[in-house]
Design a protein around this ligand. Sequence first.
Ligand code: ATR
Length: 264
Amino acid sequence: MKKYLVIGNPIEHSLSPKLHNFWMKKNNINAIYEKEKILDSDLKDLIGKVKKGEISGINVTVPFKKKVIDYLDQLSPGSETTQSVNTISLVGKNLIGYNTDIDGFELAIKNINFNVLNKKILILGAGGVVSSIIFALKKLKAQQIIVSNRTKEKAENLKNLFKDIEITNWGNIPDFDLIINATSVGLKKDDKISLDLSKINKGKFFYDVIYNPKETNFLKEAKKLGNEIENGKKMFIYQAAAAFELWHKIKPEIDENVNALLDD
Ligand code: ATR
């Protein structure tokens, strides 16, 4: 039986196995998808198993999205620019790294009918997923992308990948149309981001990459202040769907059952 994996550390809370196993069963694919918590020192061996065909594909999550690059033969243009790989596949004799987080964000933002064209976007955070979000926003022709991170240096580092982004100090909230929380603040129910959102005019769009909890305090407060909100659930589903399509050459169906699967 073919085997697929998601690797990360921590990995206990990953819902990727649930989603991929559901779609594989539905499409009569005789394979299993598991999660594995690994250390840096396990990477080489594990990726070697994909090269040998012992593992058919790997999804990669925090903190390995950049680290895996050293072990691959080729990168898709998106993963090259973002220096981030979340999906690995063996194509012929080559191990290829893809970045379907880009597709995930792009499809999610299109699905909610937010038109990024000529808009001002403020991104909070500079962690693993931010380069993918910037790539998608640039593709959708955002007018201005501003990044604010508690540790400014990490935001500045993103300028090495994207010359035309702007950086602002943590705590400073410049004018925006869309604000994206890409920090890990909100993963715990009581987490509250240390920013004053109350002075922002209403009618903006607030997006949170987090989808569990469904409504972070960031989204709750934004809604109370009269803004539109969206969580990261669709992004997660679409990135998984794009990986599934790369591996199995089948576009998986995204329906109510899939949505419900992530709610249990
Ligand atoms: P990584 O940094 O390993 O890629 P991540 O979960 O992708 O991990 O990113 C965490 C993000 O949340 C970072 O941007 C982090 O900011 P720092 O770079 O300053 O650490 C941000 N973050 C985490 N806790 C935060 C907090 N209490 N306030 C503001 N930002 C926070």
